[in-house]
Design a protein around this ligand. Sequence first.
Ligand SMILES: Nc1ncnc2c1ncn2[C@@H]1O[C@H](COP(=O)(O)OP(=O)(O)O)[C@@H](O)[C@H]1O
Ligand SMILES: [Mg+2]
Length: 260
Amino acid sequence: MEGMNGMTTAAGTAAHDGVTGAALSAAGLHREYGRGAAAVRALRGVSVAFAPGTFTAVMGPSGSGKTTLLHCLAGMDRPTRGTVRWGGTEVSGLPERRLAELRRTRVGFVFQAFNLMPAMTVAQNVELPGRLAGRPPERARVGEALARVGLAGRERHRPGQLSGGQQQRVAIARALVSRPEVLFADEPTGALDRATGLEILGLLRAGVDTDGQTCVMVTHDPVAAGYADRVLLLADGLLVDELTRPTAAQVGERLSRLGG
Ligand SMILES: Nc1ncnc2c1ncn2[C@@H]1O[C@H](COP(=O)(O)OP(=O)(O)O)[C@@H](O)[C@H]1O
Ligand SMILES: [Mg+2]
């Protein structure tokens, strides 16, 4: 075990798993909340890999474990059992400080509710995670990240002065400013109208196609899933199906069979 851990650490910051080539993978993930009779088994043995430069949608009925899976994959929650690897690095067993440090540089996370600080400017919001970690990004990188999401010149605005779609773009810039290998998004269009949501999906798709970003997105919208290369279907804490380049109609049909 000691030797294996040593090898894992030596692989260090490799962006891709030297053995499988995956940007991200999980093996045998279990996540239980609570104990005994009241325990909820949110994940019951999920194994999955994500190739670099691919866009995956995670779907399934409410309560099927989508958010729990995303949080475990992103290092924001610890699986009860099983392992998560980012490229060549196994992260599930790392001490909290080391995990937090890696999380800041290796993965980005976008939430349904944007989670911006209303009293801060757009630029300050984008800088915040780095600043909290004692490594604020260079001003030029903040400008680049904002330009990439179509918000060049909005540095000094406050979130309240922006539309919902623009606020989600700020959140995406905040997630991308550290140039993470993997971008996670949990229902990123859930709080937006259809047209604005499609713009956000186009942005995520462009990051995959242009920059080789790896993207993992939870959605309950078959149209949103149609932007992905692959759709994973979760039910009751298990991966039950996988569709490659499906149409929205195919996704809707599979989902309705799961009762989602
Ligand atoms: N912090 C928590 N404490 C207890 N149960 C939880 C917690 N988070 C999620 N759950 C339960 O785990 C299951 C999966 O939840 P979740 O991953 O949020 O599902 P989804 O995102 O697919 O709706 C649900 O039964 C939910 O009630
Ligand atoms: Mg959820």
